[in-house]
Structures are given as C-alpha cells and as structure tokens.
Design a protein around this ligand. Structure first.
Ligand code: CP
Ligand code: NVA
Length: 301
C-alpha cells in the first residue's frame, strides 16, 4: 500500500498533487468524493494546523476523521506499532500520524493495509511542503526561475522543502550555522533531484551567499518539538540568523516571507517581518487544508 512518509514517495506526482489542490480549492471536483471513508489521526505531539486541517478536510470531502492521542491509545502503553497498524487497517481507510520518531512511521506503514500519511516526524513534514509549494505557485503563478532560501535550523521542514523544490524546478539555498545543516541523506537525495531537474542547491553559513537572488525567504522555529533541552544553546547559535528587515533586504525586492507556524516573534523572525507586507504566512496556513484535501483524494479515493 503506498504511503506518504516523505516527499520522495510522491516524486513523480508532486506537480499533479499541487494542481489537484488548486482544482479542489476552486471547487472543481465532484461533491463528497470520500463519502463513507474514515481517517484515523494519531498524534504523539501537539498540533493546531495539522489536526484541524485534516479533520476539516475529511469532513469537506464527505468523510470523517477520528482524533487519537497516542497517550490514550494502547500504543502509548506499549502495544506494538505493527499490531496497531493491522488493527486500525480493519476499521479505517487511511491513517495520518504525527510521530516523534520517523522510524515508527515507517514501521506503521510497513504493517498497515491502508495508506499512511505523515503529519510530521523528526525527519520530514511532507504535507507542509506541499502547502508551501501551493502558496508559492498561487503567489508567483509558476515555479520557473524562482529560488527559495530556508534560514535557520536545518530541520524537518527544511528537509521536505529541499526534496520538493528541485522536483518543481526551483533553486534552493539553506542559510544555517555550522552544526545545524539539514539531514545528510536528504541533502544527497535533494542534490540528485536537482541534477535531474537542472536546478541548484546551496548550503552555506554565509547569509549573503545564501540569500543572493532569492524570491522566497522561509524560516521555522529554532527549538522544534523535542529540542527543548537544547533551547539556550540553540538560541545563542541561531541568533545571527533571525529573519528581520535587514536580512529580508538581502533577498530580492519582491521576495515573500514564509513560515510553517507556530512562530516565536523575536527569535527566528522579527514581528515587523512576520506581520508585515511581505509575509504570506496565513495564506500558507490556509493552504494546509487545500493541499491535504488533494493528498486525501489522491490516497483514499
Ligand atoms: N505547521 C504545522 O504543522 O503546524 P501544527 O504543529 O500546528 O500542526
Ligand atoms: N520544526 C517544527 C515544526 C512544527 C510544525 C517542529 O518539529 O516542532
């Protein structure tokens, strides 16, 4: 059964899923395509956008979603992930999971007879990247000659953006201090995709190099869920990478600012940037709904 754990799982279909999201957002799909279908949603970590957009998305497509906090599942008391996957597969048509460890989602998908969709792990956040690309396409009309720069901690969100950008023909740079580079395996795969699509990937600790000719400046929190013990060190190391007016001035004049949210104003982004005219963060958040409806249609229909 095919699942969405990584952007690599939809390597050939990324553009089609974004176009489907555009059609769904415009109301150009049949009524209630997922009537009678149920999505189980397992959360091992907090969520606002992912939880609500998947729930509302299933409802709008004619199906329903069941929220399952891992603390309340037998899984939280040690029932094997493999048994959980086999049992849920007998009841529901798809499983969405936000997990602490990526390997647990791989295990769930291995034993599941229904599609598994990742709603974030320590390694990737594929649904976020799809919503981000939908937002970029809406804003600029196409991906052609566009360059995105991720600034800060080379985390799960950065990893999924690195994989998706070259597949859509975009250049990508990452501006991060030493020690905060994106996952090495993902970077290797992203560079392969860039080679296949004639695009460029740069990772640099030099803001001027990374932000040269950039159309989209993207950042995320310095302290991701699970990194709380390192909060002080991270704030010290990442403070030169705050996205503020001065940093935005290194990008192109018409550049937009993006953030997956939740954001910490005064840390990774200044309030005047995230609340300013260049920011598209709330369009981006709304697009989680439309992009995920496309994912649900694609996997569950
Ligand atoms: N961006 C995102 O995934 O937000 P939540 O943690 O609120 O789901
Ligand atoms: N990098 C963040 C993203 C939250 C949506 C985290 O993992 O906490």
């Amino acid at each position: 059964m095919s699942s969405l754990l990584s952007i690599s799982d939809i390597k050939e279909d990324v553009g089609n899923i974004i176009d489907l999201a555009i059609r769904i957002k415009a109301g150009n799909v049949e009524d209630k395509p997922l009537e009678g279908k149920t999505l189980a949603m397992i959360f091992q970590k907090s969520s606002t956008r992912t939880r609500v957009s998947f729930d509302v998305g299933m409802y709008q497509l004619g199906g329903r979603a069941i929220f399952l906090s891992s603390n309340d599942l037998q899984m939280g008391r040690g029932e094997p992930i493999s048994d959980t996957a086999k049992v849920l597969s007998r009841f529901v048509d798809g499983i969405m999971i936000r997990a602490i460890e990526h390997i647990d989602v791989v295990e769930l998908a291995k034993y599941s007879d229904v599609p598994v969709i990742s709603g974030l792990t320590n390694l990737e956040h594929p649904c976020q990247a799809l919503a981000d690309m939908l937002t970029i396409k809406e804003h600029f009309g196409s991906f052609e000659n566009k360059k995105i720069c991720f600034v800060g901690d080379g985390n799960n969100v950065c990893n999924s953006l690195l994989l998706i950008a070259p597949l859509l023909g975009m250049d990508m740079s990452v501006a991060c201090p030493k020690g905060y580079e994106p996952n090495n395996e993902i970077l290797k795969t992203a560079c392969e995709y860039a080679g296949e699509n004639n695009t460029e990937i740069i990772v640099s600790d030099d803001l001027k190099i990374a932000l040269d000719d950039v159309d989209i400046v993207y950042t995320d929190v310095w302290v991701s869920m699970g990194d709380e013990a390192e909060a002080n060190q991270r704030e010290m190391d990442l403070s030169p990478y705050q996205v503020n007016k001065e940093l935005m001035d290194l990008a192109n004049e018409n550049a937009i600012f993006m953030h997956c949210l939740p954001a910490v104003r005064g840390q990774e982004v200044s309030a005047d940037v995230i609340d300013g005219l260049q920011s598209v963060v709330f369009d981006e958040a709304e697009n989680r709904l439309h992009a995920q409806k496309a994912v649900l249609y694609y996997y569950l229909k």
